[in-house]
Design a protein around this ligand. Structure first.
Ligand SMILES: Nc1nc2c(ncn2[C@@H]2O[C@H](COP(=O)(O)OP(=O)(O)OP(=O)(O)O)[C@@H](O)[C@H]2O)c(=O)[nH]1
Ligand SMILES: [Mg+2]
Length: 176
């Protein structure tokens, strides 16, 4: 098994209540998580399909977003969580937070846009709607050659994990 230092790091960011910790809880059911909103971060080593990942689930509260920059150096893979039911205001806020984060020096090679929901219904955040709010960040990542993929996750825990993780090819890129 890889040591934490050898594991591929994944940074999980997004506004408060967007489902970051819920996903991590399902990925690592044996871990203990304090109830309620995350106050700083959770960090768990997860093995998926034989590969070790160190997953950093960051607090999304407004007064804690300023801390994300400290976790960014060296991160190649990012999951950006958005509640599928978010309204215009929250989507705008999430889009602004992502723009601000991407302005910082970073080494991201793979970005997963994760919409979360508590039901099994089809996502209401269609690609067109995502593009409406997040186009500048998506264009920026496209220009930088960052792989962008999408996952829709039911935070009650019955979604496949596969779309969250990079393909073997993208993982190799993240290890370079
Ligand atoms: N009923 C219930 N809902 C919960 C519980 N924990 C989280 N939730 C809800 O599930 C949604 C996602 O919560 P989290 O996964 O904690 O969200 P998060 O992105 O980690 O949020 P922060 O840690 O604040 O950044 C939110 O609507 C929460 O209110 C719980 O123990 N019980
Ligand atoms: Mg949390």
């Amino acid at each position: 098994m890889a040591t934490p230092d050898e594991a591929t790091r994944i940074m999980v960011a997004g506004l408060a209540g967007s489902g970051k910790t819920s996903i991590l809880k399902h990925l690592k059911p044996s871990a203990f998580f304090l109830p309620g909103p995350t106050m700083a971060f959770n960090c768990e080593c997860v093995i998926f399909r034989g590969v070790s990942y160190m997953i950093w689930d960051l607090a999304g509260a407004r007064n804690l977003i300023c801390l994300w920059k400290f976790y960014l150096p060296g991160v190649k893979i990012m999951w950006w969580c958005v509640d599928d039911n978010d309204d215009h205001e929250r989507l705008s806020e999430s889009a602004q937070a992502l723009r601000d984060l991407l302005k910082l020096r970073n080494e991201i090679t793979h970005f997963v846009f994760v919409t979360t929901a508590i039901t099994d219904t089809e996502p209401t955040l269609t690609p067109a709607r995502i593009d409406k709010y997040f186009s500048s960040s998506l264009n920026h990542m496209h220009q930088r050659g960052i792989e962008v993929s999408r996952a829709h996750y039911n935070i009650q825990g019955n979604s496949p994990f596969l779309p969250l993780f990079p393909t073997a090819k993208n993982r190799k890129k993240a290890l370079l």
